[in-house]
Design a protein around this ligand. Structure first.
Ligand code: ZN
Length: 484
């Protein structure tokens, strides 16, 4: 397959639906909360009853402007809403309100980085606002039929449409992760792929190298994890190349990915594809956005991932790799930032956040807000390492105890008796005892077997339950063993 792949260039464009976290729906005051009793969050507007009039939610517009600014788009001073007409049982009005001509954001881009071609600029054609449809609930019971839940109808979505600028599944994933990170930073989407808050359709085609026009594309629908998106695209590339190599032609169609088999299969062909008819919605006036509004929103934007990374490198002299990990999530970046403000050794803070904090957090599946060891508490440990009250090794015990009990470092050190032994006399005694107990090794060491130092250090640390100051142990051991 890899040989065949070399003959073709892959072209990928992505359409991402971002469900917004506004409290109310895009055109009515109903709640958008997930998981409640079917049809408990509906009104004449989202039920599509005759005569009900949509009223645009200002927060949705602000979120769209935020997304546009964060992805380098131009914000249209005037945009319009359209009715996208099609029939489906979860769409009682018979049309979905969306934007077609004149969307709110256009001509943006995201800078991505992937193994495939390194740094690339991926164009964003447009971002538009639209309402979601309802949900059908199918039952397997004979005669039970299907029911419709319209709680989701009218939930606000942004559709982010990219240019067909990606050339591999790697780049597609890099783009998606970047976009996901940005909407999470902006706080406009909960980012939950499994619940469909961030869902992606991928348009995939192949063409022989050097051919200018695009190959016929297949659209992969609604895949709900980054891993599955990659698998679906990979499968699709191979399928299309094999088809072309065998003398066949790719047909334009929508395909579904089956995560159990790793295969895509046809859902509907071009003939069955919806031929949407759009026309301007007569109930919604054109949306006018002033320069002042845009600049107000711009002023309120949080520090975005790229800017944060650059600042961490400059302000804290951290390696780029660290900043990559620390800025992956806004809340984690803020956690680290708080630690580094409280403690002069930013690299030590970074190591603890990326290490023990992330380890326990991942083990327990906690969000950053639920980390029991606050930045203040964490820095309490670092201070006790600095003033040699505890060793780095004992610090990990202190940390785990703090995590479980919520107590501060000094309390834990006191209660558990973890204070480092720095009394020369006490350490000297331990050194003497261990040397006396291991005469053969002591002899070998004095004859030049330096590696045995580690053995003695280990014995002493064991005897002191890790509390002996390692520096002093090393120094005294050398002295005694060499008979200095
Ligand atoms: Zn409603």
């Amino acid at each position: 397959m890899s040989d065949m792949r070399d003959k073709y260039e892959v072209v990928i464009g992505l359409e991402v639906h971002v469900q917004l976290t506004t409290k109310t729906k895009i055109f009515c005051g109903c709640s958008t909360q997930f998981g409640n009793q079917p049809n408990s969050q509906t009104c004449p507007v989202c039920l599509g009853l005759p005569g009900a009039l949509p009223v645009l939610n200002r927060q949705v517009v602000e979120n769209a402007i935020k997304a546009g600014l964060a992805t380098n788009c131009q914000i249209s001073p005037r945009s319009i809403f359209a009715r996208k007409n099609y029939f489906y049982p979860d769409l009682p009005k018979g049309y979905q309100i969306s934007q077609f001509e004149l969307p709110i954001c256009e001509h943006g881009h995201l800078d991505i980085e992937s193994d495939h071609r390194g740094a690339q600029k991926i164009g964003i054609t447009r971002i538009h606002m639209e309402e979601d449809a309802g949900k059908l609930l199918h039952s397997d019971d004979v005669g039970a039929g299907s029911r419709v839940d319209l709680n989701r109808a009218c939930t606000p979505l942004l559709e982010v449409v990219s240019e067909p600028d990606m050339r591999s599944s790697d780049e597609a994933i890099a783009y998606l992760k970047k976009l996901h990170q940005i909407v999470m930073y902006l706080g406009i989407c909960d980012g939950n792929l499994e619940e469909g808050s961030f869902r992606c359709d991928a348009n995939v085609s192949v063409r022989p190298w050097g051919q200018e026009e695009f190959g016929t594309r297949a659209e992969l629908k609604n895949i709900n994890s980054f891993r599955f998106i990659k698998e679906a695209i990979e499968y699709e590339i191979d399928r299309q190349i094999e088809l072309v190599e065998d003398g066949g032609t790719v047909v334009q169609e929508t395909r579904l990915f089956d995560s159990n088999t790793g295969l895509t299969r046809s859902m509907r062909g071009k003939e069955e594809a919806h031929d949407y008819r759009y026309f301007p919605d007569p109930d919604l006036v054109p949306l006018i956005i002033s320069d002042e509004w845009v600049s107000d929103v711009r002023d309120g934007l949080p520090e975005l991932p790229e800017a944060k990374k650059a600042r961490f490198i400059k302000q804290y002299s951290l390696p780029e790799r660290d900043t990559e990990i620390l800025t992956a999530e806004r809340a984690l970046a803020e956690y680290f930032d708080a630690c580094a403000q409280l403690h002069k050794d930013a690299k030590a803070c970074a190591n603890w956040v990326m290490g023990d904090v992330q380890r326990r957090r991942n083990d327990e599946g906690l969000s950053v807000a639920d980390i029991p060891v606050t930045p203040e508490l964490l820095v309490g440990i670092l201070k006790r390492i600095d003033d040699k009250t505890i060793s780095g090794k004992i610090a990990k015990t202190v940390f785990d105890e703090m995590w479980t009990t919520g107590k501060d470092a000094d309390t834990v050190i006191d209660e558990k008796g973890l204070k480092q032994v720095t009394d020369t006399g006490a350490i000297e005694k331990m050194v003497d005892d261990v040397i006396a107990a291991n005469p053969a090794q002591a002899q070998e060491f004095s004859e030049g077997k330096d590696k045995l130092l580690g053995f003695f250090v280990g014995q002493i640390m064991k005897a002191s339950k890790g509390k002996a100051n390692p520096g002093m142990v090393n120094e005294l051991l050398r002295k005694k063993l060499r008979g200095e």
